[in-house]
Design a protein around this ligand. Structure first.
Ligand code: NAP
Length: 302
């Protein structure tokens, strides 16, 4: 016996949408979250491409996701799932147990791996513009990367300084065209076909960056957005099938290769990572989790 029907690990848009749908369908729903509910949305200054909303702060959208899930009866525990196993037909994360489990563990920022990056992290090197940008107001900043994150965060930082450069290793941005185009309106300098070799400092803080043409330029802050790595430790521990990069493989119902275990959102092998696609994953997983529960409890209608 367990207190819950479904245990969702991770409270980003995927996990919280799944919680709303699951709780609303009558499942006793638990969400475990190691940090704050909201996931990466919390670090967004502004969200403008989630359907039906007016542009709003990431924090406000995250709060709305949480409030909706709780209004349907989902319970959110601010406790990380340090391990996951299946015993006697129940998934167990610490003392929490449920017959169905949904992994919504998301991704972390990929490190650039250059000299000086680790030494100066928190001392001029950052992976979150809204968290750290205000510390460098009016200073000289560099953004590294060419995807949606780099461009979106560069647009935010351009509101804090008149001296911002974005450096990308290719001739064109990978980011969605609408985002990349809007860089022009924000007076962001671009440095294309260029890679960073080293982040240089004076021992206490970042002072400059060395590029692959061996030129050096002074900077006060370096923001790195070079992609995501899946938080797949629990999926690995459960023996889920992963793709070559480590994202969890699922079928169209969000089922992993392990019975009763689903995966949704950024940790899943998917082609487009957006708040709306993560939410959609959550709704789909909740629907099929309910079917699975019914079948486990002998109420199968398939
Ligand atoms: P991403 O799309 O994987 O882009 C990573 C960027 O970093 C690429 O331009 C890549 O260059 C570059 N890069 C990777 N390794 C590098 C290295 N060692 N040195 C220099 N550059 C390197 O990652 P992301 O921008 O974090 O986005 C992740 C996902 O979230 C995407 O699916 C994205 O669409 C989504 N997202 C959406 C929004 C939005 O809709 N508003 C906002 C943020 C993120 P190459 O191009 O050469 O590979």
């Amino acid at each position: 016996m367990s207190d819950y029907d479904v245990m969702i690990i991770g409270a980003g848009p995927a996990g919280l949408s799944c919680a709303s749908y699951a709780a609303r369908s009558g499942m006793r729903t638990l969400v475990l979250e190691a940090g704050f509910p909201g996931g990466q949305v919390l670090s967004l200054d502004k969200v403008e491409n989630y359907p039906s909303i007016k542009p709003m702060e990431g924090f406000a959208l995250a709060s709305a996701f949480q409030a909706q899930a709780e209004s349907f009866g989902a319970r959110i525990e601010l406790e990380g799932a340090m391990s996951l196993k299946k015993e006697d037909g129940l998934f167990c994360a610490g003392d929490f147990k449920a017959p169905i489990c949904v992994l919504a563990t998301g991704c972390s920022r990929r490190k650039l791996g250059c000299k000086g990056e680790e030494q100066y992290t928190g001392r001029g090197v950052s992976y979150c513009a809204t968290c750290d940008g205000p510390f460098f107001k009016g200073k000289k900043m560099l953004v590294i990367g060419g995807g949606d994150s780099a461009v979106q965060e560069a647009i935010y930082l351009s509101g804090l300084t008149g001296d911002l450069t974005i450096c990308h290793r290719r001739a064109t941005f990978r980011a969605q065209a609408a985002l990349a185009r809007s860089l022009e309106n924000h007076h962001v300098k671009t440095r294309m076909n260029s890679s960073v070799l080293e982040i240089i400092g004076d021992g206490k803080k970042v002072t400059a960056v060395k590029f692959d043409d061996l030129s050096e330029e002074s900077f006060d802050a370096v923001f790195i957005f070079v992609g995501l790595v899946p938080n797949n430790d629990l999926a690995k521990a459960m023996g889920c099938k992963l793709d070559d990069i480590g994202f969890v493989m699922t079928d169209a119902a969000m089922r992993t290769s392990v019975d009763g275990l689903f995966a949704i959102g950024d940790v899943r092998n998917t082609l487009f990572r957006q708040i709306v696609t993560a939410s959609s994953d959550g709704a789909i997983a909740a629907h099929f989790a309910k079917q699975e529960l019914d079948s486990l409890e002998g109420r199968s209608y398939i």
